[in-house]
Design a protein around this ligand. Structure first.
Ligand code: ARG
Ligand code: ZN
Length: 854
């Protein structure tokens, strides 16, 4: 809320107080209409202990019609965004009636309209846009919900839990009554009304109960739900086997929505999804889309225990459910295909999204101390670094200790709203492992740096690994404690190429330490932070030759990948000879390892990744250098790339891990073949584009063509648009591929696309596909004339008036100004200043823009 002085208020963890009132029961009655919906809420409230405060309810944008206390009308009005009700005794029934307007709700929080349906999004603070309520996660209630709506417009009426009754009204309206027996916080409330068709299935739980499953979409889309349904059933079984967690209702419904602010939402028994994480078939979705769908379906399903049965006490604890649930979905995905490739993807995402956040103006611990707008804290730090923190505990405790820890956590806290501290204590109590120092990971922002050097004493046949760690200051945290770093390390013999002894788990608890290795008879090369056991940046004295050696010999797949990446990184950062890199890539292509792994290993680090390692990002120099290296890899290994391209041609489309790996490798090869823009490669790409029997291959071809100057490029883009003109999710790809093009005319192309009839500020997917993708195109977004910055700032301001959360997400690329040269930094700052100076700015955008200027 913006206070009288016009400054948004900061909410602090240290101000947390338990609620003064509990609300054990809620009855909601919705009289639904797109233009106007009337919500009658009956709250049974009870004083929480000996507290004397009045009942204070949150409400935002509600038109209050009436308030009753124990059946008696009260003459009260909201003040700002709260409604205060005096209650003489220790309990009461409060009834409020409000009107809301779903059709004009462009924020997509609360009850809103999307494509003819009405649906809700309440996390974090959307429920207060539906009715007056203590809208905080530590108030748990049993919900009874009645939905009444026009039967023709909204034949399907869904809410949390189980359907208990339905009926028809004489005026063409109908109703459904839902009951959710599990007490839940308001952020897990959901309701949907629409003309939807189900894909139905059933699941029999470990204890033999049959659960009715349904995914609700527009009738035409039902055939595109099969993959999501399969993923749901696989995740339900997986959680039983791996965590002992069974589903706890008779029904599980999923609804897909076209306009949605984020990926998906785990509402109890009624998950609501961005349609991009449900709809897929071979013609419209890539392999990456299929994998993302399975991961998000699993993620939301897993929340049923980690989030819903046990929820967060307050929003500072968000990583309690998000970090843990991301970790669980990562484990699940690792079990569905190549675990190594999945780990590579996880780390790539962490480095691309979280490391820059941790090094920038919005750096925050996974348990933040304060926020202005909680929506701004659904970040890569809370989610992905949060998952890494859980993973480190799993590493320190071992599989049995970790399982004992989660078992104890579920036993101890089922039905409660708890803190990250409660989770860590369960881990400690179940395993006996002391996590006192480890807790710093919850309180500290920033990415630790580890310096590692190895020495060898040939006479004594020993080696010493010298480790030292540092953690740079972050906003509000000038002095940092020593972190506990779980490091998996191994040594390899530089002569034999063999591993010397077993892998060791080193728990670094000091600022520096020396680790001794015995029986070392040859010069050792260190394999460090294997499996990316700690989310840190490692600097070592390993030579290029050592990295090339590890890329051929390391037996930890992540470390092997990493060695080649580091060699690539070193090559991008200096201008020296790159023949060792080319040779190492050639050797990896011939290694006989699995195609999916090879495909990831032989890719160069992105320009953004290389830029992150520089004191000041050299935007144009890096692009020129990386393109030159890519051309060299493409031409020196030309025959091998062609061989790989032809060898991995499939006779027909399959969606197995093997087939996906081969497609990926073949398309990586196509990228290198296209690096020199030669005619044979262009013709091959265009042919692949035209003849592909699946979206992965078609999109890969379009992607490589998008960077090219060949006439086939425009032909392919036009054909793609024509073919998929009525499929919004595929059109998003068409926008993105142009926004990510490395061509020099991309800034102009993006500016033109902003006025394309298919572009829209109101659809978050489309906005992200064009403006979000452009802001991630390092060389073109950072055009020296500042046109990219201006375009993004204009978009922020245009969107902020409609949807502050969607707008706020576009601000952070401008917040990276300190990483760039003075001229670019000044241009970025000027845009941030223009944003902050704008009248009527949302607190979402205000928080990120103002903090970015500091
Ligand atoms: N809890 C949802 C998930 O599964 C995301 C909700 C996002 N909410 C927000 N205000 N950003 O991750
Ligand atoms: Zn989540």
């Amino acid at each position: 809320m913006i206070d009288a002085a016009g400054t948004p208020q900061t909410i602090r963890l240290s101000d947390y107080r338990p609620p003064a009132w509990r609300v054990p029961q809620v009855a909601l009655d919705f009289n639904l209409g797109a233009e106007s919906t009337r919500v009658t809420a009956r709250l049974t409230v009870e004083r929480n202990g000996k507290r004397s405060e009045p009942l204070v309810l949150d409400g935002q944008g509600l038109t209050l019609v009436s308030v009753k206390r124990d059946g008696v009308a009260l003459d009260v009005q909201p003040v700002g965004e709260t409604l205060t009700i005096d209650i003489p005794g220790d309990s009461a029934v409060i009834e409020t009636v409000v009107d809301i307007a779903p059709a004009t709700n462009t924020r997509l929080m609360g009850l809103y309209a999307s494509g003819g349906m009405l649906c809700t999004q309440c996390e974090a603070e959307g429920f207060r846009r539906i009715t007056f309520f203590p809208d905080r996660p530590d108030v748990l209630s049993v919900y009874d919900v009645k939905l009444t709506a026009d039967a023709a417009l909204y034949p399907v009426l869904l809410a949390n839990g189980n359907e208990v009754a339905t009926g028809q009204l004489p005026d063409g309206r109908h109703w459904a009554q839902w009951h959710d027996p599990w007490p839940k916080p308001s952020y897990l409330f959901a309701a949907v009304a629409g003309n939807l068709s189900p894909l139905r299935d059933t699941f029999v739980t470990a204890s033999g109960r049959t659960v009715d499953l349904a995914i609700w979409v527009a009738a035409d889309d039902v055939p595109r739900c099969a993959h999501a349904m399969a993923a749901l059933k696989t995740s339900m079984r997986w959680d039983e086997v791996n965590y002992g967690r069974e589903y706890d209702l008779d029904r599980f419904n999923i609804v897909a929505v076209g306009d949605f602010n984020f990926g998906a939402m785990e509402n109890k028994g009624l998950n609501i999804f961005n349609s991009r994480y449900i709809l897929a078939d071979a013609d419209t979705a890539t392999d990456a889309d299929f994998d993302a769908i399975a991961a998000v379906v699993a993620h939301e399903y897993f929340h049923n225990w980690t989030g819903n049965r046990i929820t967060c006490r307050d929003w500072f604890q968000l990583s309690l459910k998000e970090g843990l649930t991301v970790f669980r979905d990562q484990q699940f995905s690792a079990d569905q295909g190549s675990a190594a490739v999945r780990r590579i993807d996880d780390v790539r995402m962490l480095r691309a999204g979280q490391f820059p956040e941790d090094a920038g103006p919005m750096a925050h611990p996974i348990r933040p101390d304060s926020y202005i707008e909680i929506s701004n804290f659904y970040t890569a730090t809370i989610y992905n670094k949060g998952a890494e923190v859980i993973r480190m505990m799993a590493t320190l405790l071992g599989p049995d200790g970790f399982r004992a820890g989660t078992d104890l956590y579920f036993d101890r806290h089922d039905g409660q709203a708890v803190t990250t501290e409660d989770f860590v204590r369960s881990m400690e109590d179940a395993s006996g492992v002391d996590l006192a120092q480890f807790r710093n990971w919850y309180a500290q922002a920033g990415t630790p740096h580890l310096d590692a050097r190895i020495t060898h004493d040939a006479a004594a046949r020993t080696a010493q690994l010298h480790l030292s760690q540092t953690l740079a200051p972050t906003p509000g945290q000038p002095v940092k404690p020593v972190m506990q770093l779980p490091l998996r390390v191994a040594l390899f013999g530089g002569t034999t190429g063999k591993r010397l002894g077993d892998e060791r788990l080193v728990s670094l608890t000091e600022a520096s330490a020396t680790i001794d290795f015995d029986n070392i008879d040859e010069p050792p090369v260190a394999s460090l932070n294997r499996g990316f056991s700690a989310p840190i940046i490692v600097q070592s004295d390993r030579s290029r030759a050592d990295l090339a050696f590890l890329s051929a010999h390391d037996d930890d797949p992540f470390a092997r990948y990493e060695a080649l990446q580091q060699l690539g990184q070193a090559t991008l950062l200096d201008s020296g000879d790159d023949s060792d890199l080319v040779a190492a890539i050639g050797a990896t292509l011939n290694s006989g390892l699995d195609a999916a792994f090879i495909a990831e290993a032989v890719l160069l680090p992105s320009e953004a990744m290389a830029g992150d390692a520089m004191a000041v990002v050299d935007v144009d120099g890096l692009h020129t250098r990386r393109e030159a290296v890519r051309r060299r890899i493409g031409s020196d290994l030309n025959a091998q790339w062609w061989a790989v391209y032809h060898a991995n041609n499939a006779n027909r489309y399959e969606l197995t891990p093997e087939a996906k790996g081969r497609r990926r490798l073949r398309n990586v090869a196509l990228g290198y073949l296209m690096a020199n823009d030669d005619a044979e490669a262009v013709a091959t790409a265009f042919k692949q584009f035209e003849t592909a029997d699946n979206m992965t291959d078609r999109m890969a071809a379009l992607n490589v063509l998008s960077h090219s100057n060949a006439p086939e490029r425009d032909a392919a883009l036009a054909a793609f648009h024509a073919r998929y003109a009525d499929n919004a999710l595929v059109l998003d790809k068409w926008f993105s591929v142009q926004a990510m093009s490395t061509r020099a005319d991309t800034p102009a192309a993006v500016a033109a696309l902003m006025t394309h009839p298919d572009f829209s500020y109101t659809n978050p997917n489309r906005l992200r596909a064009l403006v979000g993708a452009y802001a991630a195109n390092q060389v073109r977004f950072n055009a020296a004339d500042g046109s990219g910055y201006r375009l993004v700032a204009d978009a922020v301001l245009a969107v902020d008036a409609l949807n502050p959360q969607a707008a706020a997400r576009l601000v952070s690329p401008l917040g990276r100004w300190k990483r760039f040269d003075a001229a670019r930094a000044a241009l970025m700052r000027a845009e941030l200043e223009r944003i902050v100076a704008t009248e009527g700015l949302s607190k979402d955008v205000f928080e990120i823009a103002s903090k970015s200027l500091v």
